[in-house]
Structures are given as structure tokens and as C-alpha cells.
Ligand binder design. Structure first.
Ligand SMILES: Nc1ncnc2c1ncn2[C@@H]1O[C@H](COP(=O)(O)OP(=O)(O)OP(=O)(O)O)[C@@H](O)[C@H]1O
Ligand SMILES: [Mg+2]
Length: 264
């Protein structure tokens, strides 16, 4: 069973409760979206699930393991991979090398013996490179494999980031705003890749996204956060009509319409 069960999750920073008793379940093989206005706690939630932040209380269970006590590499080892709200690739390395780094936890040889060119290490390396090519093809970046990441367009870089997460062979993929900053065509392309991650690879997806059209099209279930609390959840169509959700978004729009320090 690789269902993700989040229960009573609370995260406090000095003087601020970023998550307050949040609970939801991501069914195996489903796309689950977490939405909410800016500052609602969505990225904080991701950071706890991937072990970057420590929960003040509550639990996160995945495939029988309790994740809240584990460091990021152990969580990744259990099959939970993530992307970041801002691109976190090595810009000077090639696409291929970035994807190979994503596979590092799966390699027995490590880089030292690969460098020594031991035959078994070379065979293992070839196997991983073949898989990396398959994954690059799956997300549509195979033509860019030799290119340094920094030279590629933003939309392509976001798909490479997703490919790197897939290179870890996850059972659950955490995507933080995968289409932020993209144009219409890039968004459509990314949405199609995410749909196929679930349909063709059977990987569960937990998605944080502001693009409501995308959420409504892709998600089987939606959890809505506002000021760190879960205010609604369920099927996308129902959530969209929920008065508490409409209020939260209207409130956020109202606030951002007023002149305030530090607003973009
Ligand atoms: N490391 C941190 N230290 C202190 N406060 C933090 C930290 N990380 C997040 N916060 C605060 O926690 C709250 C939730 O932030 P979070 O980044 O989770 O929101 P979000 O829902 O992802 O917002 P956005 O849509 O803008 O990405 C915010 O008030 C934020 O300022
Ligand atoms: Mg965020």
C-alpha cells in the first residue's frame, strides 16, 4: 500500500502557525491537489512531507512508514520524490547529468568506482543512462540531453525537473507549482505529462498549484488550505462551489488589491 496519510499536521515557526492540524489522504495512483491563497501553508506542507521541515506535531504515513521522523534522503529512499517551487537544477551540468544525479540513490557503484572504470560499474552506468533516456523521452526533453540546463527555456527546465524526480523511480511525486510562470502552450504540455505520470506510470501525484483550470482538469481530489487550516476538501467540482473556498479566495484578492508593503 502506498497511500499517503497526513493527520493532524502542525508546523509552528517563531510566532506563526504555518500549518494547524491539517489532515488529508492521497489515494494510491491518484492525483491530489493542495490549493489555497498565498501563505496558506502549501509549500510548508510539502517541506514536511519531504523531510525539509520538521513537524511540531502530527503524523505523515506512507507505505507503512512514519515520515515525520525521517531525514530527506530516507524519505526519498521510500519512493517520495519532489520538485521545488523554484527550479533547483545544476545549471552548468547537462540535462543527462542532472537526471543521473536524480538516480544516485539507486546506483550501487557510486561515482568513485564508475570513475575507476570497473567493468560492473560501467555496465551499471550504461543501464542507468538508458533509463535516463527513456525518462527524458517520456517528458519530451530527450533532444536536450547533452545541453547544459542553464541554456534551455524555462518551460523545458521545469519538465527536466520533473524528469529528475521521476529518475528516482518514485511511487509518490510531490509537485510544487509545476506550471508557475509558464505560457499557455507550456502549461498544456506539462499538464499532459502529469496526466501520463499517473496513467502510464501509476505514480501518485500530490500537486500544489494556483492554476485552477489545471487543478480541475487533473485532480481526483482537492484539499484547500487557508491560513494553515484545511477549510475544504473533496472532488474538484464540489470544492470549487464551496462557499468557504470562494470566501478564502475573495478575501485574498481583496487584500492583494490594497496597497501594502512588499507586494509585487
Ligand atoms: N522557514 C520559515 N520560517 C518562518 N516562516 C515561514 C517559513 N516558511 C514558511 N513560513 C511562513 O509560513 C506561512 C506559509 O508559507 P508557505 O510558503 O507554506 O505558503 P504557500 O501556501 O506555499 O504560499 P505561496 O502560494 O505563496 O507559495 C507563511 O506565512 C510563511 O511566511
Ligand atoms: Mg508555496
Amino acid at each position: 500500500m502506498s497511500e499517503l496519510v497526513v493527520d493532524g499536521l502542525t508546523v509552528r515557526f517563531a510566532g506563526l502557525t504555518a500549518l494547524d492540524g491539517v489532515g488529508f489522504t492521497v489515494a494510491e495512483g491518484s492525483v491530489h491537489a493542495v490549493i489555497g491563497p498565498n501563505g496558506a501553508g502549501k509549500s510548508t506542507c510539502f517541506n514536511v512531507l519531504s523531510g525539509v521541515y520538521r513537524a511540531s506535531s502530527g503524523s505523515v504515513r506512507f507505505g507503512g512508514a512514519e515520515l515525520t521522523a525521517l531525514p530527506p534522503h530516507r524519505i526519498a529512499g521510500l519512493g517520495v520524490a519532489r520538485t521545488f517551487q523554484n527550479i533547483a537544477l545544476s545549471r552548468h551540468l547537462s540535462v543527462e547529468d542532472n537526471l543521473m544525479l536524480g538516480r544516485h540513490r539507486l546506483t550501487k557503484a557510486g561515482f568513485a568506482s564508475a570513475g575507476l572504470r570497473l567493468p560492473w560499474a560501467r555496465r551499471e552506468d550504461a543501464r542507468h543512462r538508458a533509463r535516463v533516456r527513456d525518462i527524458a523521452r517520456f517528458v519530451g526533453v530527450d533532444e536536450h540531453l547533452p545541453a547544459p540546463v542553464g541554456l534551455l527555456s524555462y518551460g523545458v527546465q521545469k519538465r527536466i525537473e520533473l524528469a529528475r524526480a521521476l529518475a528516482m523511480e518514485p511511487r509518490l511525486l510531490l509537485l510544487d507549482e509545476p506550471v508557475a510562470g509558464m505560457n499557455g502552450a507550456e502549461r498544456k504540455r506539462m499538464a499532459e505529462v502529469i496526466r501520463r505520470v499517473r496513467a502510464d506510470l501509476g505514480v501518485s501525484v500530490l500537486l500544489v498549484e494556483h492554476d485552477m483550470g489545471m487543478v480541475m482538469r487533473l485532480a481526483d481530489e482537492v484539499t484547500v488550505l487557508d491560513f494553515g487550516r484545511r477549510i475544504a476538501g473533496g472532488e474538484p467540482e464540489r470544492v470549487q462551489r464551496d462557499p468557504a473556498v470562494i470566501r478564502a479566495y475573495l478575501g485574498a484578492a481583496h487584500e492583494s488589491a490594497e496597497p501594502s508593503e512588499g507586494s509585487p
